[in-house]
Design a protein around this ligand. Structure first.
Ligand code: HPA
Length: 278
């Protein structure tokens, strides 16, 4: 069953009214913060903060490190919405639900979507703590945010996916990284539904299929954004080598959070410049 258009409209209305009351600008850019990457929302000007709990129909996040707030205001001078707290399919949601906020933001007028995430490095030349600009993704699972009878405002039924991650934004991100002196890798993000981490055999399969990093988020939002005509960019924080790539190593959420926290400063610097350059 498709989520009714009215739900999206009702959520968008509550946000629009809140922005008006707070004197905050209507966002044009949205930034989705991944595991342990929060913090940027605190430096926003003219900020209006919405708890997901106060937004009608908004799916609620349950993963540790995901706060569940939408902050709208100015980041580096740009009218920006920052989503801290993303919804993952592994929490029991459909991809349509995980992309809910993106479509609400589309109704509000957001045209640029920047997604961030924590991911495991599959490319053996990558290292934990590095950042990777997503050039493309692979999703071989059945669910899709485009599935079902989608309201026409959210895009065509058979959306083109030949350039989900806009070349213009990728070039801009690379330039911003150079200017900040931050090494930014480039690669293909392979979506795995989780919540269990992968087996070493799965990671070997991911590698032979062309994945450079593996993660459990981002693609639903990226597909919905691209389908709706947004320019999309995604940057991964490589928090660990993927399963089986380092001997005698067990993977856990704590390691992911700790490495993301170590890289958070340079990640924030890159995002500030990136948003300011849009
Ligand atoms: N696999 C899947 N998701 C992840 C990983 C990983 O190794 N690290 C951070 N998110």
């Amino acid at each position: 069953m498709a989520i009714p258009l009215n739900w999206y409209k009702e959520t968008a209305l509550v946000i629009r009214e809140g922005l008006e009351k707070a004197g905050s600008p209507i966002p044009r850019v949205a930034l989705v913060l991944g595991s342990g990457l929060g913090g940027l929302e605190e430096e926003m000007e003219q900020a209006a903060v919405f708890s997901y709990e106060d937004l009608p129909h908004m799916p609620q996040p349950s993963a540790l490190g995901h706060a569940g707030t939408l902050t709208c205001g100015r980041l580096s001078g740009r009218e920006t919405a920052v989503l801290s707290g993303r919804i993952h399919a592994y929490e029991g949601y459909t991809m349509e639900e995980t992309a809910y906020a993106v479509r609400v933001l589309l109704l509000l007028g957001v045209r640029t979507l920047i997604l961030t995430n924590a991911a495991g490095a599959v490319n053996p030349s990558f290292h934990p703590g590095e950042l990777m600009l997503v050039t493309d993704h692979i999703k071989l699972t059945a669910d899709s945010p485009a599935r079902g009878k989608l309201p026409a405002v959210f895009g065509p039924m058979f959306p083109d996916m030949s350039q989900v991650y806009a070349l213009r934004l990728r070039e801009l991100a690379l330039r911003c990284a150079r200017e900040e002196g931050i090494a930014l890798r480039e690669g293909c993000y392979f979506y795995m539904p989780g919540p269990q981490y992968e087996t070493p055999a799965e990671i070997r399969a991911v590698r032979s299929l062309g994945g450079d990093a593996v993660g459990m988020s981002t693609v639903a939002e990226a597909i919905a954004g691209a389908q709706g005509g947004m320019e999309v960019a995604a940057i991964s924080c490589l928090t660990n080598m993927a399963a089986g790539m380092v001997t005698e190593h067990t993977l856990g959420h704590e390691e992911v959070r700790q490495t993301a926290a170590l890289a958070a400063d340079s990640f924030r610097r890159l995002l500030r410049r990136f948003v300011g350059s849009l």
